[in-house]
Ligand binder design. Sequence first.
Ligand SMILES: [Zn+2]
Length: 108
Amino acid sequence: MTAVVLLEEVRSFGVEIHAEGQDLVIRPGGRLPAELKECLKAAKPEILAILRARGGRIANFPRCPTCKSYALYRRNNTGLYECQTCGLTGIEEQVARNYDDDCGGRVQ
Ligand SMILES: [Zn+2]
């Protein structure tokens, strides 16, 4: 499982994940199955790098409006995204963050 897929998996449980120093903070942690936590632990350096690159949390993680992939890329972390899964380019940040097909990432 790649780190990006793992994060998608985590989000599907409706939890928030943050980078805090060298730690991953998951809230509420009790919602995640133990094996998923093990995977997170194993992929921690990559997960931390992704979270830091994308502002620390995945509650409003940018996502491809076409294929729903989180594997978006933008040069210098500014401007338009391009999707590394389906190849869509010119994705505006607002579009990428405003998908609303589920409420999985929202913790009230
Ligand atoms: Zn895509």
